[in-house]
Structure formats: C-alpha cells, structure tokens
Design a protein around this ligand. Structure first.
Ligand code: FES
Length: 166
C-alpha cells in the first residue's frame, strides 16, 4: 500500500462509514482529492492501493482522474501556473502570454523548471472569460493578465518564501 494511502486510512475508514453499503465507488472522488492534497499529485501506487482496498475497478479511478482536470498524475513544481488558451483568452493575447512565460522559465507547456519551483500548464477555459486572459497561480486567479503582470508575479514568487506574504 502506498505510504500516503496508508497514512490516510483512518480518515478513509471513517469516511466509508458515512456511505451506505455497496456505495464504495462514491469514495473515489474524496479519496483522490485527499491524496492530492498530501502528495501534490495522484501516483499509480495510490490508485493500486485504493483499488485493492475498495474493490472498485481501476478504470473508475482513471476516468475520474482524466475527467477532472484539477487532478494531477505527475509531480509538479512548488508553484503551479495555469494559463487559459481558449477563445476569449486567445483573442486577448493568451498565446503570447503562454509563450513568454514558458520562454522566461525555460520550460515547455506542461513542464517544470529544473529547480522544481514552477510548473506551467494550459487550460481550456478557466471560467473567467470576461476578464481574459486569465492565469491561475496555484488556486488563485489573476485576471486581465499581460506579460508585465506575469513577470511581476513570477519575480515575486521566485523568492524562497514564494513572495505571497501579506
Ligand atoms: S476562455 Fe479563458 S477563461 Fe474562458
């Protein structure tokens, strides 16, 4: 069993008691969410552990993980930069923004900087089209983004403490 799942098992057992018998598949989402909160992503070994414990088919976990883009299957940097590239954001310069951020950090889309600080990903609509273009830093929205604002954010977050205090 993965160490993360093992450490969460008392919590998962309590949660399981809240569901009627035969509804173990309903545990899929909350278990995956807690694992990601602790590990930062959901690893194959976590899925294997849940399959064994719950008796829910592996495909069900894979479906949930692929449907909800908030789930991550690979390790990510300490800071996650997610930039929308759908129509509204593209019309307002998202492609240039993505290109600039990737170039500045020396990564391709989906990549993580060599120091493990930043991961840059793109998204298909972050639900804030009226304030496009949008970049989400971890879970915080930054709207009406431009290259200068992105540079300022990255400068602030490049420091060891993340530059988000206050
Ligand atoms: S198109 Fe970018 S937030 Fe909707």
């Amino acid at each position: 069993m993965s160490s993360i799942v093992a450490s969460l098992m008392p919590e998962f057992e309590r949660l399981r008691q809240r569901f009627p018998e035969g509804f173990d598949s309903s545990m899929t989402l909350p278990c995956l969410r807690r694992i990601q909160e602790l590990r930062g992503h959901v690893a194959d070994e976590d899925i294997s552990a849940l399959v064994q414990w719950l008796g829910v088919p592996r495909i069900q976990f894979e479906e949930v993980l692929s449907y909800y883009t908030q789930f991550r299957r690979r390790p990510v940097g300490q800071v996650r930069l997610e930039i929308c590239r759908n129509v509204s954001c593209s019309l307002r310069g998202a492609e240039r923004l993505i290109g600039h951020v990737c170039q500045r950090l020396g990564v391709a889309e989906g990549g993580t900087t060599s120091d493990g600080r930043f991961t840059v990903t793109t998204a298909e609509c972050l639900g804030s089209c009226g304030t496009a273009p949008v970049m989400v830093v971890d879970d915080e929205y930054h709207e009406n983004m431009d290259i200068e604002k992105a540079d300022r954010l990255i400068d602030a977050m490049s420091h060891a403490d993340g530059g988000r205090g206050g």
